[in-house]
Design a protein around this ligand. Structure first.
Ligand SMILES: Nc1ncnc2c1ncn2[C@@H]1O[C@H](COP(=O)(O)OP(=O)(O)OP(=O)(O)O)[C@@H](O)[C@H]1O
Ligand SMILES: O=P(O)(O)OC[C@H]1O[C@H](OP(=O)(O)OP(=O)(O)O)[C@H](O)[C@@H]1O
Ligand SMILES: O=C(O)c1cccnc1
Length: 491
């Protein structure tokens, strides 16, 4: 299914920064458009001060690249762009070239729902320089946001443990696309359902909800509001009890639902949306149980995040069964951007040889790594993730240690007995899709499964242990030599 064009009903070839097009034009003028290059997309720091990240967004990358072409309206718009001199920015022959352009790159990707760490390529694009450059911005747009929200959702899942987790964020999202794509990413990260009906239809995410305060305000009394809602919606009798006085609201809901039980209308539960959620949930649970409504659930909402949920569950003995989370999830409130980057790592010269490329920086973490990489994840005898090796496919992964790319004094031994898995899988070959994207439920299962294999010390919210990710030693050595050479050449 073509999700993106279903949302926007339009061609998205111009969903890029102007500088990508001016560089593309320059490459074309130089005759460099088909020179082969490798680009890698990765981030430098786990979001939310956490110890891990959950990859998401690949499905939209596939949709985007499968539909990537410059059609008449886009070409017309580009023809009309002018520079300060008043001359067209792009000459007609380039516009004609864009008309014939089709995506022909190879793409490898880490599958959605996989735990991933800083400096590991989530996407690798190999192909004509001009194409690989033009798609930088949309790939970052897609992967950065969905990965961020999937990670936030996975943290909420860790805090909520096996409780039901609902995503209520649409109204607080950063625009329409922010809402819809956040709902998808939140599901991958581990929420059970969304209130966003559009996302439900587009992606098959289960939709769930209760009712608003406005429902109660639209009636003369809370009792009348509860009775009407339960009668109209006997399949969904979750009553919002905090419009006036929460515990009085619970008592009224109990009275009404006792009456309605004679008409065989079940009482599913209540929602709390203000006040001290620990105290109120304990009191409400007691009232519900005393009335014999043992099977009712207590839903809580109101600016929740993973820290409040964990505290309510672990420290305060809250009696909450279902957590509704909006703002803090879909806006990735405490870290609004992942900071993913897309870097050229090697290019083929005129003699057909790959030339390694590095961007220098004063900060070790910002120095890029030359080559074309794969990530090898090692598992110990108990099936726990123990280390990831970033290796160059030309060099291979047959090494006994890894070296931290930010601090060469930090090394980790790799045991020969460890099982391993390579994380980057082929997605496009020569522009043809080779990958069958799994159903969304599988992506969520993968997240949960990946988190199971990750040590608790890496998952904790405060000062998490940093999971060992390192370069294969020969790759590290080549990088060091290249850095020395470039520093000498450029000083
Ligand atoms: N027991 C608790 N421990 C920690 N945080 C809590 C607890 N109970 C509620 N909270 C959180 O505290 C914040 C309270 O928000 P706020 O100050 O807006 O109060 P409120 O109850 O929503 O007030 P109002 O009646 O104006 O809606 C929310 O983020 C809520 O999730
Ligand atoms: O707090 P969040 O995590 O963002 O979750 C979504 C919020 O949206 C609703 O409030 P709103 O005041 O918009 O409407 P309501 O009258 O239905 O409570 C709901 O009651 C939640 O409090
Ligand atoms: O269904 C709900 O309770 C709901 C939906 C959206 C936002 N807040 C609550």
């Amino acid at each position: 299914m073509n999700h993106l064009s279903q949302i926007y009903q339009s061609n998205l070839a111009l969903l890029t920064d102007l500088y990508q097009l001016t560089m593309a034009y320059g490459y074309w003028k130089e005759g460099k458009q088909d020179q082969e290059a490798v680009y890698e997309l990765y981030f430098r720091k786990n979001p939310f001060d956490g110890g891990f990240t959950i990859a998401a967004g690949l499905q939209f990358v596939i949709d985007y690249l499968e539909n990537w072409s410059f059609d008449e309206p886009e070409l017309q718009y580009l023809s009309g762009l002018k520079g300060p001199s008043g001359n067209p920015l792009f000459e007609t022959a380039f516009i004609d070239y864009l008309k014939t352009l089709r995506f022909t790159c190879d793409v490898e990707a880490v599958e959605e729902g996989t735990v991933i760490f800083p400096l590991e390529p989530i996407l690798k694009i190999k192909g004509p320089l001009l194409q690989a450059q033009l798609i930088e911005t949309p790939l970052l747009t897609i992967i950065n946001f969905q990965t961020l929200v999937a990670t936030k959702a996975s943290r909420l899942r860790l805090a909520a443990e096996t409780d039901t987790l609902l995503e209520f964020g649409l109204r607080r999202a950063q625009g329409i696309d922010g809402g819809i794509t956040a709902s998808r990413a939140a599901f991958i990260g581990g929420v059970n359902a969304t209130s966003d009906v559009q996302a439900g239809m587009l992606f098959g995410i289960p939709v769930k909800g209760t009712h608003a305060h406005s429902w109660v305000l639209a009636f003369d009394s809370e009792e009348e509001a509860f009775e009407s809602f339960a009668t109209a919606m006997p399949d969904n009798t979750i009553l919002l009890v905090d419009t006036y006085d929460t515990l009085e609201g619970v008592k009224k809901a109990i009275q009404v639902m006792k009456r309605l039980s004679k008409k065989k209308i079940p009482f599913h539960g209540i929602r709390l949306d203000s006040g001290d959620l620990a105290y109120l949930s304990q009191k409400a649970r007691k009232l519900l149980d005393e009335a014999g409504f043992f099977n009712t659930v207590i839903v809580a909402s109101n600016d929740l995040d993973e820290h409040i949920i964990r505290s309510l569950k672990k420290e305060q003995g809250a009696k909450i069964d279902v957590w509704g989370v909006g703002t803090k999830l879909v806006t990735a409130y405490d870290q609004p951007a992942l900071g993913g980057v897309y870097k050229l790592t090697q290019i083929k010269n005129k003699d057909g040889q790959w030339e390694p490329k590095i961007k220098l920086s004063e900060q070790a973490v910002k120095v890029t790594t030359q080559g074309s990489h794969q990530i090898r994840r090692f598992y110990d005898e108990e099936g726990k993730m123990v280390a990831d090796m970033i290796y160059d496919q030309e060099i291979g992964a047959d090494a006994e240690k890894i070296i931290d790319p930010s601090d060469a004094t930090r090394r980790k031994k790799i045991k020969k007995t460890w099982l391993y898995q390579d994380l980057l899988v082929p997605v496009f070959e020569g522009g043809k899709l080779q990958y069958l994207p799994p159903a969304l439920e599988h992506l969520q299962k993968r997240t949960i499964q990946s988190l199971h294999t990750l040590d608790a010390s890496v998952k904790r919210f405060t000062n998490p242990h940093s999971y060992p990710v390192g370069l294969e030693p020969e790759l590290d050595q080549q990088k060091r030599e290249l850095i020395f050479k470039l520093r000498e050449q450029n000083s």
